[in-house]
Design a protein around this ligand. Structure first.
Ligand SMILES: [Zn+2]
Length: 100
C-alpha cells in the first residue's frame, strides 16, 4: 500500500491549496468582525462573572428633619442619632425606623 499524499495527489494538489487560500474579502471582514465580537463578549462575560456586585444597598437610610433649623437630610438607620449637616445639632433617629 503506497503512502497517502497530504495534498490529495500529485496531479492537482497545488490547485486545491490555492482554492483554500483564496477567501473573499467580504468573508474575511465578516469573520474578523465576528471573532472580534466574540472576544469582546467573552471578556465581558468573564468580567461580569468575576466582579459581581456584593449588594446594591448596604445600609438602610431614612429622612430626618432637624428640630432646630428644620433642615431635612438623609441619615443611616444604624445610628441612634445623626448630626444635622447645616447646624451640627444632634437629631435622634426615631425608634420605629432605627435598626438598633
Ligand atoms: Zn439643623
Amino acid at each position: 500500500m503506497p503512502p497517502r499524499k497530504i495534498n490529495g495527489g500529485e496531479s492537482h494538489g497545488d490547485k486545491q491549496v490555492d482554492a483554500m487560500l483564496k477567501v473573499d474579502i467580504a468573508t474575511a471582514i465578516v469573520l474578523y468582525l465576528l471573532f472580534s465580537l466574540m472576544l469582546v463578549l467573552a471578556v465581558w462575560i468573564w468580567y461580569a462573572l468575576r466582579h459581581r456586585p456584593k449588594s446594591l444597598q448596604t445600609e438602610r437610610k431614612t429622612a430626618l428633619r432637624c428640630d432646630i433649623c428644620l433642615h431635612t437630610f438623609i441619615a443611616s438607620t444604624e445610628e441612634k442619632s445623626e448630626r444635622c449637616p447645616r447646624c451640627q445639632s444632634w437629631v435622634a433617629v426615631p425608634r420605629s425606623v432605627a435598626q438598633v
